[in-house]
Ligand binder design. Structure first.
Ligand code: AGP
Length: 613
């Protein structure tokens, strides 16, 4: 996830507005920063690896003259953080500058076509291709806007883009598909930005662009068109005026989309982040290379810490049940229990959102030392894990600011499920048409996550756990792994001792703790109907039982025994159950923490990334 901003003004230099906007957008990405300014007839670009502070102190942007400009903060998805991969990107002649947030699914094809047509691509990014595509299309177009629109129609995937060209120094072109983009309607200027915080200090009059819309702004004009099968259709003025709304938020609140904490913002972002993981990886040849490794290795070790370890447990479930491959889940800090047994015929899948967790890196280095190949699964391009691993795949979930992992968990599950499906093909268990069907079914996940979030916010009380200081979170089969993640969330931000157990195991001792009204939650996934007996056992001993399950998963449990919480249906597809259940426990933990007066973004004793032993 990156942050983009563009401003064009009739009478003032825009650099200060752009640099302030970059500061407000930095939570969307901070690998590299860049600015393009047009002063009269040429486009100047400054860009560098590093965060906004380092960029602004190095280039002193605010003093640069120019009434039209673009800015970009990057969260790397294609190509590591570097000066050359920083946005804005330009065409061959240096006359067109582009900033982009999103992932182009057809970047490999576009790059081949453009290179065949003589364009020299200098970066590893998908974004640079947009500048060259526009340049290429100008040869066949009667206007720059026509070339821009033709280029946009050839993009596949997600994008929010802003473009300037030196032939039209007072105009910024924009387009939006599946990545957020808003227009700020100012006095004597107009702006486009990924997010409201970037411009809310200069204007509170906002138009939210819709997918498939594109157009341009000048200091006094906003023109929006829809890309339809019949061609470009302009949005009429009345509709555009009716879409202007006024922001009431404070600036600080706006960077959290109006939520009081990043954690809730990131929970609510999950439909987009899960979609970004899916879109950005589903056609990536790297997944197939990883699948081939997993299908042919002797042993597969799946390791990580905390939430990443829990995603690894879900991965071992899908590897076994989709790909027929046995794997060993291993808490990273416990790597020594396996070290002597690892050989060069084994593969280690190391999962780490930050890519910097000490325990996970130690495990990776130890197993590499024994000759094992390492697959890195991370959210950060250029992270230590991506440098240690033999092959790395990225979650593309965008930066996660809250200490508690939320959107990165569901993104990890999405990515690891895709890998499991491709491994099944490499292992000869699934044919191409079956793989296509399995892959297509995952496209439902973003809508299921959205529905689960909406239902959970609705049904969860602020003090679900009351004054209890303990709780059980139980599950069976896949549900046992969801339960582990649920318990971690409740522990780490609400400070309630929530313990997870395989539900079947709870009768072998843990049930002794149950007394009247003891909270027992069941994460009921559709692979384990025998969980019914465990629910009854807990209810019979007076526990306060809550069963969280997909609506289309019928369990013979009555309201006498438990409160049944119906999450969205998952079309009888076990691959989709995690997206239906996970948000419930994330939101339960969040509401409990806030109701108890804690800050869920900064839980006590914790750090976002644990880089110590
Ligand atoms: C999860 O909410 C915690 N923030 C923590 O357990 C985290 O998952 C763990 O430290 C691993 O971090 P990583 O994914 O960046 O390696």
């Amino acid at each position: 996830m990156c942050g983009i901003i563009g401003v064009c003004s009739v009478d003032r230099n825009v650099a200060p507005m752009i640099s302030l906007g970059l500061r407000r957008l930095e939570y969307r990405g901070y690998d590299s920063v860049g600015v393009a300014i047009i002063d009269e007839r040429n486009v100047q670009v400054w860009k560098a690896k590093g965060d906004v502070d380092s960029f602004l102190s190095r280039f002193k942007i605010d003093s640069i003259a120019g009434k039209t400009g673009l800015g970009h903060t990057r969260w790397a998805t294609h190509g590591p953080p570097s000066d050359v991969n920083a946005h804005p990107h330009m065409d061959c002649r240096g006359k067109i500058a582009v900033v982009h947030n999103g992932v182009l699914r057809n970047f490999v094809t576009l790059r081949s076509i453009l290179e065949l047509r003589g364009h020299s691509i200098v970066s590893d990014t998908d974004t640079e291709l947009i500048a060259h595509l526009i340049e290429d299309e100008t040869q066949f177009s009667s206007s720059f806007f026509e070339a821009f629109a033709r280029a946009v129609s050839r993009l596949e995937g997600s994008y929010a883009i802003a473009v300037v060209n030196e032939e039209e120094p007072h105009r910024i072109y924009f387009a939006r598909m599946k990545s957020p983009l808003v227009i700020g309607v100012g006095g004597g200027f107009n702006a486009v930005a990924s997010d409201i915080p970037a411009i809310v200090e200069y204007t509170r009059r906002i138009i939210v662009l819709n997918d498939g819309e594109l157009g341009w702004i000048t200091p006094g004009e906003v023109r929006v068109f829809r890309l339809t099968d019949e061609g470009l259709v302009e949005v009429d003025r009345e509709e555009l005026l009716s879409r202007i709304f006024f922001i009431e938020w404070s600036v600080e609140a706006a960077s959290k989309h109006g939520y009081p904490y990043f954690m809730m913002k990131e929970i609510v972002e999950q439909p987009d982040s899960v979609r970004s993981t899916y879109e950005g990886n589903v056609s990536d040849p790297v997944l197939k290379a990883i699948a081939s490794l997993l299908a042919t290795s002797d042993n597969i070790i799946v390791t990580g810490a905390g939430t990443s370890y829990h995603a690894g447990l879900v991965f071992t479930y899908y590897l076994a049940n989709i790909a027929g491959r046995h794997s060993i889940p291993l808490i990273a800090s416990e790597y020594k229990i396996l070290e002597r047994a690892v050989s060069k015929r084994d593969v280690v899948v190391a999962i780490s959102q930050s890519g910097e967790t000490f325990d996970t890196l130690e495990a990776v280095r130890a197993f590499k030392g024994k000759g094992a190949r390492v697959v890195g699964v991370t959210n950060v391009v250029g992270s230590a894990l991506s440098r240690e691993a033999d092959i790395t795949v990225y979650m593309r979930a965008g930066p996660e600011i809250g200490v508690a992992a939320t959107k990165t968990f569901t993104s990890q599950i999405m990515l690891l499920t895709l890998i499991s499906i491709y491994t099944a093909r490499e292992a000869g268990l699934l044919g191409d048409s079956e793989v296509e069907a399995e892959i297509a079914s995952l496209a439902e996940a973003p809508d299921i996550v959205r529905e689960s979030i909406e239902r959970s916010i609705e049904v969860i009380n602020d003090r679900e756990l009351g004054e209890h200081r303990s709780a059980y979170i139980l599950g069976r089969g896949l549900g046992a792994h969801i339960a582990k993640e649920a318990a971690l969330k409740i522990k780490e931000i609400a400070y309630v001792h929530a313990e997870s157990y395989p539900a079947g195991e709870s009768k072998h001792g843990p049930i002794a703790l149950i007394d009247k009204e003891f909270p027992v939650y069941f994460a009921a996934t559709r692979d384990s109907p025998e969980i019914t007996g465990n629910i009854m056992e807990m209810a019979a001993r007076g526990a306060r039982v809550v069963v969280v399950k997909p609506e289309d998963y019928k369990l013979p449990v009555g309201v006498k025994e438990a409160k049944i919480v119906e999450m969205p249906p998952t079309k009888k597809d076990i691959k989709l159950d995690p997206y239906a259940l996970t948000p419930y426990f994330q939101i339960l933990a969040y509401k409990e923490a806030v109701a108890r007066g804690y800050n869920p973004d900064k839980p006590r004793n914790l750090a976002k990334t644990v880089t110590v032993e």
